[in-house]
Design a protein around this ligand. Sequence first.
Ligand code: PLP
Length: 360
Amino acid sequence: MRQIYNFSAGPAVLPKEVLQQVRSELLDWHGCGMSVMEMSHRGKEYMAIQAEAEADLRDLMEIPAHYKVLFLQGGASSQFAAVPMNLLRGKTKADYVNTGEWSKKAIAEAKRYCEVNVAASSADRNFSYAPTQDQWRLDPDAAYVHYTSNETIGGVEIFWTPDTGKVPLVADMSSHILSRPIDVSKYGLIYAGAQKNIGPAGLTIVIVREDLIGQSMPGTPTMFDYKTHADNESMYNTPPTFPIYVAGLVFKWLKARGGLVEMEKINIRKAALLYDYLDSTDFYHCPTARENRSRMNIPFTLKDPSLDEAFLKGAQERGLLQLKGHRSVGGMRASIYNAMPEEGVRMLVEYMKEFEQKNG
Ligand SMILES: *Cc1c(COP(=O)(O)O)cnc(C)c1O
């Protein structure tokens, strides 16, 4: 098989070791004669797989006991509605910080349920940075404060934990969850679609403080009520069994590599390979403010955009895939999640240097 490196923003690269294990047990999971895909979600084999995945995630992220972990479907996009439905709790207002495309979508959806106060925005500089806490105009009567801790499209990451006092803090961590340790106890709720840094598409993870569950707004669909899933161990209906199984293997893979403390070191090193090179040349340009440069999603442009197509074609020929930037911003984007080997980033930088030498 040809060695390629997949820089897709999502669905994204998975650890090769995990895929190999999936393949080896695909038809016969641990001698039970069937695939995980074929198992009843209420059978003891599958129940153990899901329980172990949850235990490993709790371990990795040090999730306190008074938080529920929910394995859901519907994508992070469903959480844009589920968060206000569950967390308004009789209040009428919520604070949102707008740092780019995903924040905007979360804001637009929340407006269907409540008054949205945009507490801070980086629209003034084309969403190339994140406003610091002193620029956040928080409303003490807000039901919660929502922010996107890593903007996947703009490549803007927030490395500090906002302080929202008694108002619950909510984060969309879809594209950088598990890339470094975070203090879960500072959050009311964290959510993430799996297909960036966790596992296959089809699974959405919600980590929510227990006291925030059980006060959903009238009319909330049963399936959108966190209480439904919290009371039923995420088995009220059929959970996305196969993605949960693969995510569980990814959690074990992360633990075997030393957990999130070690992953952060690796991710710092990997991102620096690319950013250091981008800083050393003006053939390429990275639009993101230094203090918010995402370690997971790295957008860059060529000084001469008429070379974009040739750049992508040459990359493709070397097995460096999916580097085209998001349609809303153009240019290039390299997503280098946990599962992207350091060697992949090195190959990319090497290619970029050669391309510059030929065309610069
Ligand atoms: C990909 C992404 C989403 C949307 O996720 P879906 O699972 O496709 O709904 C939301 N927020 C962020 C930050 C993302 O990266």
